[in-house]
Every structure is written in structure tokens, then in C-alpha cells.
Design a protein around this ligand. Structure first.
Ligand SMILES: Cc1cc2nc3c(=O)[nH]c(=O)nc-3n(C[C@H](O)[C@H](O)[C@H](O)COP(=O)(O)OP(=O)(O)OC[C@H]3O[C@@H](n4cnc5c(N)ncnc54)[C@H](O)[C@@H]3O)c2cc1C
Length: 450
């Protein structure tokens, strides 16, 4: 079924489907066994397609990775279900698997997948910020965001949220914050940056709020996402350690997919569920090239970066809140820790840097990255003990030439306008369901050529 020869030698090899139309099941190759590829492959197999899934790593799940090295599950990639309602296909699967969700907030907030009350914010001298100030600055932040909508109506050209903020503050100086309130405002910005996995000077003011979230609020996967991935993968023909390098449209019919080590797979169609970063870096070549409009969309749409550093402690010394926030004079120096103890009972804090900070941390060794997270913790909780174990989400990055691209979370940055429409996906779909960029490129091309 699988040829290990390169394309020229493969004239004599059969591939897994013949060049001639056949009366057997239509076949599809799905590239990438992240949640999008797994979901696409399952749907296609359920619709009687013959499906083969090619995955470059030696495991499935992609940016979903549940780590068990602490002796219990800790999600180092995705860990929330955003939109825990019946409209979310994952919600029914999660319920069927009997997996508990820990609700971190209702559905009325795009910015925070956690209720504000679940946070304890501290400055770098270990002073806890009073909730009254946090709430008050939160209102200012919302007012600022509201004002940026006016700015975007005035300017034809897109600009960053950061730039729009500075215009608003020029016009409405009473919204400027000083001292501790300024630091809290920076922390709000840091949360916004965390949501988009990008810095505010990269987030589009035209598009930051285009996202449509499903109803049902946000739930943390208490036992990790691994069972979901395992269940989706069950019964599929998955070829691990098969890194695709080329997708070629065959002359008469179908598509040929060639891996890094020159294995050849032929099928009627291919679905590309590799990350946007991989497509942006041209790590998969298409013959013929993708249509201009699609290449343009891939180029214009940006990706952001988010990391996780999980710290395991002997005892819990932190307050019983869902999140510990670090406030600082710039959003870059602000950060936050997810308290897994609250949701799971395990003494673990997960440091979650995003944007430029995440990029910078990725350049550190694993030990230095963990030490950096501990340093932040000690700044806000001077009595913090040393963690006994640490785990860094770099395990997600290792196998690609450009780890930063790979780690990325899909984000709407500058230039996007109606990019989702061009890619025919909503952000939510892109985050979790499918990035079917090639989609039925092969079929469309075949149709337009016939
Ligand atoms: C730290 C972090 C936290 C996150 N938290 C959340 C969260 O709480 N909730 C949420 O909804 N989302 C979250 N996300 C985003 C979410 O993880 C991703 O949107 C989602 O997992 C993407 O799935 P995917 O299948 O599209 O891509 P991926 O998971 O990236 O899967 C793509 C697959 O393609 C494979 N691949 C790449 N190149 C090739 C090739 N050439 N040939 C063959 N295979 C290839 C990869 O190895 C990978 O397995 C988070 C992301 C990160 C990094």
C-alpha cells in the first residue's frame, strides 16, 4: 500500500490507489494528526472514505499533549474547552468519555476565560492588589477597548491595539492610569495578549473582537485532553513519523503525497491539517502551487506564541485561587500562573507566557526557563519553595525546523480583515476543528481542469 521509492522510481510502484478511477471506496490522505486531522479523518472514515493519516511525529495530538511525568495528567498544550455547549462537537465527546470539566468562567467574556474573582494579583514586591482596584481598572480597560472601536471606524488603515490605545489615551487622558493602577492595566493587556498569544502592538484593532465563541463558558479538562485524542484516533490508519514534504496533483486523477524519506502515497484527495506555521514556512510544497488567493491568505494570517511551564511542588503555599497574576510596569513583564491545585487537587502551578515573552523564553534551556518561572513566582510570593519537578512545553516544539512557528497558537494579528472568510474558517474552527487549507483543493482543481 505504501511505496518507499521516490517519485521517478515509483513509476513502477503501485501507490495505495491506482491512477485509474476505481469502483472501490474513494480515498483521502489526511496530513497531520493533531485534533483537526484526527477529527477530519474520523468524519471521512465515517462517511466511507478510505483514510490514511500521515503524521510527522511519533505521536498523535499535535499541540495537544498531556504529560504524565508528575504521576498525573497535566496538559502542556490545549487544556480548556472553550464553549462547553451542545453546539461544540468536542463537548459531547468529552461527556461521552465521562471526563470532568472545571468551569473557569461563564460565556460572557472574550478576553478572560476565567472570572476575575478567581484571580489574585500581586506586584513584584509581593503585595497583593486589592480586588476593588483590580475591578476598577478592569472597567477602565473595558472603556479603553470600547473607545478603540471608534478609532477603527475613523481610520481606513488597520493599526495595532497598542497604537489605538495610545490614540484613545491622548483623547481621554482621564483613562490613563498611574502607579499601581497602571501596572494593573498592563496586566489586563497581558491577559489580552495571552488570549491572542501575541503582543498588543501586533494585534489588529480591526479584528481583535471578530471571534465568535460558542456558548457554554470555558471548562478546564481536569483529567487532560489525552483521552479525547486517543478516542478520536481509535481505529484510524495512522502512519507516525511520516513527515510530508510534497503534495502533487496527478495528471489524470488524484493526488500524490511524498514524505521526507521518499515514501509515496496516492489517493483521490488530500486534506491538509498541518499547522498554519508549517504552511507559512513552506515546509510542504504543492504542485501545482496553491491558488494565489490562498497563498496570500496563508501569508497574511499570522501566528502567535504561547508556552507552558508546569511546576510541581511538595506542598501548596499559594492562595486558593484559579490564577495568580504578576502585575508590572509593562505588559511584557506581567504574567500569570494557572493553579492546577484548585481544579485538580494536584500541587502544580503552570506558568503561561505568551507573545514576545514566550519567544524569549523559548531561547532558554529547559532549566533556565523553569528557573525564570520560579523567579517570577518568588517575586510575588517571597516564601515560595523550590519545585521538586518542572516540565516545559518545549516538548511540543522539538521536531520542526522552526520551533517558534510550530508552537504557535492561531491568532489574528495585523492585516487580517476578512481572512477567516478567505480561509473559510472561524478562529474557533481554526483553533480546534480543522485548518483544511488545502481542503478539497485537489478536487476543485480537478473539477476546474476537467
Ligand atoms: C500552550 C498552548 C495552549 C493552548 N491552549 C488551548 C486551550 O486551552 N484551548 C484551545 O481550544 N486551544 C488551545 N491551544 C490551541 C490548540 O492547541 C490548537 O489550536 C489545536 O491543538 C490545533 O490543532 P491542529 O490539529 O489544527 O494542529 P496541531 O495540533 O498543530 O496538529 C498538526 C499536526 O500536523 C503535524 N505535522 C506538521 N507538519 C507535518 C508534515 N509536514 N507532515 C505530516 N504531519 C505534519 C504535526 O506534527 C501535528 O501533529 C493551545 C495551544 C498551545 C500551544
Amino acid at each position: 500500500m505504501e511505496s518507499t521509492s521516490d517519485q521517478s522510481i515509483s513509476e513502477s510502484s503501485s501507490g495505495f490507489l491506482s491512477d485509474q478511477p476505481s469502483c472501490t471506496k474513494p480515498s483521502v490522505i489526511v496530513i497531520g494528526a493533531g485534533i483537526a486531522g484526527l477529527a477530519a479523518a474520523r468524519a471521512l472514515q465515517g462517511a466511507s472514505f478510505k483514510v490514511t493519516l500521515l503524521e510527522s511525529r511519533d505521536r498523535v495530538g499535535g499541540r495537544i499533549l498531556t504529560d504524565y511525568s508528575f504521576g498525573f495528567p497535566v496538559d502542556m498544550g490545549a487544556s480548556w474547552l472553550h464553549g462547553a455547549s451542545k453546539d461544540n462537537p468536542l463537548a459531547s465527546l468529552i461527556a461521552r468519555l465521562g471526563l470532568p470539566l472545571y468551569r473557569t468562567s461563564g460565556d460572557d467574556s472574550v478576553l478572560y476565560d476565567h472570572d476575575l474573582e478567581s484571580y489574585a494579583l500581586f506586584d513584584m514586591e509581593g503585595l497583593q492588589i486589592c480586588q476593588h482596584l483590580v475591578a476598577k481598572v478592569g472597567e477602565v480597560f473595558e472603556a479603553l477597548l470600547e473607545e478603540t472601536k471608534k478609532v477603527r471606524e475613523e481610520f481606513a488603515e488597520d493599526m495595532s491595539v497598542m497604537k489605538a490605545f495610545s490614540i484613545v489615551m491622548e483623547r481621554r487622558p482621564e483613562l490613563r492610569q498611574e502607579g499601581l493602577a497602571h501596572k494593573v492595566l498592563q496586566w489586563y493587556l497581558c491577559r489580552l495578549e495571552g488570549w491572542f498569544a501575541a503582543d498588543a502592538d501586533n494585534i489588529s484593532v480591526q479584528s481583535w473582537d471578530e471571534e465568535e465563541l460558542l456558548e457554554g463558558g470555558h471548562g478546564l479538562m481536569v483529567r487532560g485532553y489525552a483521552p479525547v485524542v486517543t478516542s478520536l484516533a481509535e481505529g484510524l490508519d495512522i502512519r507516525l513519523s511520516h513527515r510530508v514534504r510534497k503534495v502533487v496533483r496527478r495528471r489524470h486523477h488524484g493526488v500524490r503525497v511524498i514524505t521526507e524519506d521518499a515514501k509515496i502515497f496516492d489517493a483521490d484527495a488530500a486534506v491538509i491539517a498541518a499547522p498554519l506555521g508549517v504552511l507559512k514556512a513552506n515546509l510542504i510544497k504543492f504542485e501545482p502551487r496553491l491558488p494565489d488567493w490562498k497563498e496570500q491568505a496563508i501569508a497574511d494570517l499570522a501566528v502567535g506564541n504561547e508556552n507552558k511551564i508546569a511546576l510541581f511542588f511538595e506542598t501548596v503555599f499559594w492562595p486558593n485561587v484559579e490564577f495568580l497574576g504578576v502585575v508590572a510596569p509593562t505588559s511584557y513583564s506581567c504574567s500569570y500562573f494557572l493553579n492546577l491545585h484548585k481544579a485538580t487537587g494536584h500541587p502544580v502551578l503552570v506558568y503561561m507566557p505568551a507573545g514576545r515573552l514566550a519567544n524569549d523564553i523559548e531561547h532558554l534551556s529547559d532549566e533556565a526557563a523553569a528557573s525564570f518561572a520560579v523567579l517570577q513566582l518568588k517575586r510575588i510570593l517571597p516564601n515560595a519553595t523550590e519545585p521538586t519537578k518542572a516540565r516545559w512545553a518545549a516538548i511540543l516544539t522539538m521536531q520542526l525546523e522552526n520551533p517558534m512557528i510550530y508552537m504557535s497558537v492561531f491568532a489574528l494579528l495585523l492585516k487580517p480583515f476578512s481572512l477567516q472568510e478567505r480561509l473559510h474558517v472561524t478562529i474557533f474552527q481554526a483553533q480546534f476543528m480543522a485548518l483544511l487549507l488545502l481542503g478539497f483543493w485537489q478536487l476543485q482543481n480537478a473539477a476546474s481542469n476537467s
